[in-house]
Design a protein around this ligand. Structure first.
Ligand SMILES: Nc1ncnc2c1ncn2[C@@H]1O[C@H](COP(=O)(O)OP(=O)(O)OP(=O)(O)O)[C@@H](O)[C@H]1O
Ligand SMILES: [Mg+2]
Length: 369
């Protein structure tokens, strides 16, 4: 069966104009003296800096490339993560996919609609929760009134509004706060309110830009559980950005690592580990190890390396979980007495750092031109 692709981006480029003020802040910039009756034409030329010709003045870069030839496909029903350091281009990409920002180049479709010609249609078919989720929340309205306001904005049928609002209040565990002012509830619950707002209309795609930023551990955990629930119960495709790598590991089936406007890796978390040659490690504390057994372990097709250590051996392998028992059986079968084992699988954090480092030595992307 063909995979159902809901978002398809090819070679997306997006640049922003670079604005520089040479160190002056507007407030501290002295006003130019204005001599009454003198026009700009008669104004004397600006004083020259001795020794510096116009030719030696560094040319001002015109544009900053926030996205440089970004391609990716997202499948219906998946939770997809966008990872990357500050300024990597995650929000810019999300805005383009949500129909809020026009790309400079490349092609793309969202739910089959062209990102240039049909961005208004796209906007009506996707939901986006920005990191500054409080922006859409009116502090002079209660939690319920906020949802009522947004139900009108989203043009939800009048007869269905109250039912949908009640459903969302229950779904997000906000019922107890329905008559509270937003400023009197916790940041986590305000974030939930922003998510509730975006779920009033049941759009097939939900973008969450840093959904747990600024939340404490408990609030962040609640939002993560919510993301799983939205994906599981409504079948919503969720695309989220995060700085927390463990969060991507917990929530996402696949993740793209962005760096300076480029995607440097896009894989399942499992395959990311493999493609970046990060092995799982199994340390076995044992006696009776001999050269023959070492060779037998090395000969296993899934073992990348096996070296003796102080108290036994260290084995590097792919897919440790599947082969763990097999390796121990082989050792026991050869008379090795195992007194302890320790496993060490690389985290997405290791992979992220690796990807950034290897991309730094690869083709440069994102930056001034
Ligand atoms: N409106 C804008 N005008 C000029 N430059 C911009 C604008 N928006 C973003 N940029 C620049 O584009 C680059 C990518 O920004 P973007 O917000 O997409 O990154 P990000 O990965 O979301 O970062 P963060 O993790 O900090 O949210 C940054 O260098 C940023 O300064
Ligand atoms: Mg961002």
């Amino acid at each position: 069966m063909a995979v159902d692709i809901v978002i398809d981006m090819r070679d997306i480029v997006k640049s922003y104009k670079v604005r520089k003020n040479n160190g002056w802040s507007d407030a501290s910039r002295p006003a130019r003296p204005c001599i009454p009756g003198r026009s700009d034409a008669s104004r004397p030329a600006r004083p020259r800096i001795p020794g510096r010709s116009d030719a030696s003045r560094p040319a001002r870069p015109e544009r900053f490339f926030a996205l440089d030839s970004v391609s990716l496909s997202i499948r219906r029903g998946e939770v997809f993560g966008l990872l990357g350091s500050n300024g990597a281009g995650k929000t810019t990409l999300i805005k383009i996919m949500a129909g809020l920002l026009e790309a400079d180049g490349g092609t793309g479709t969202v739910l089959g609609h062209d990102i240039y010609k049909e961005h208004k249609t796209i906007r009506g078919m996707v939901s986006l929760v920005a990191p500054t989720a409080d922006i859409g929340t009116d502090n002079n309205l209660t939690v319920r009134q906020n949802l009522e306001f947004w139900a009108v904005v989203y043009d939800l049928e009048k007869s269905r509004r109250q039912d949908r609002i009640n459903e969302m209040l229950d779904f997000l565990n906000l019922r107890q706060y329905e008559n509270h002012w937003p400023m009197s509830i916790s940041a986590g619950n305000r974030q939930k309110l922003a998510i509730a707002r975006s779920l009033l209309v049941r759009n097939p795609i939900l973008f969450l830009d840093e959904p747990t930023v600024k939340l404490d551990a408990k609030g962040a955990e609640a939002v993560r559980e919510l993301v799983k629930k939205i994906n599981r119960e409504f079948g919503t495709t969720v695309i989220l950005t995060t700085h927390y790598i463990f969060e991507a590991e917990e929530l996402c089936g696949r993740a793209a690592i962005m760096h300076k406007g480029k995607i440097v890796s896009c894989e399942t978390v499992e395959r990311l580990r493999h493609s970046l040659r990060k092995y799982d490690e199994l340390t076995v504390a044992c006696d009776n190890m001999n050269a023959g057994t070492l060779e037998a372990v090395r000969a296993l097709p899934y073992v990348a390396g096996c070296e003796p250590s102080d108290h036994g051996i260290v084995i590097q392998t792919h897919g440790l979980r599947e082969h763990f028992i097999e390796i121990l059986k082989l050792l026991r079968g050869r008379g090795v007495s195992v007194s302890g084992v320790e496993t060490n699988e690389p985290t997405l954090e290791d992979i992220f750092v690796d990807a950034i480092w290897s991309s730094a030595s690869g083709p440069s992307g994102g930056g001034e031109r």
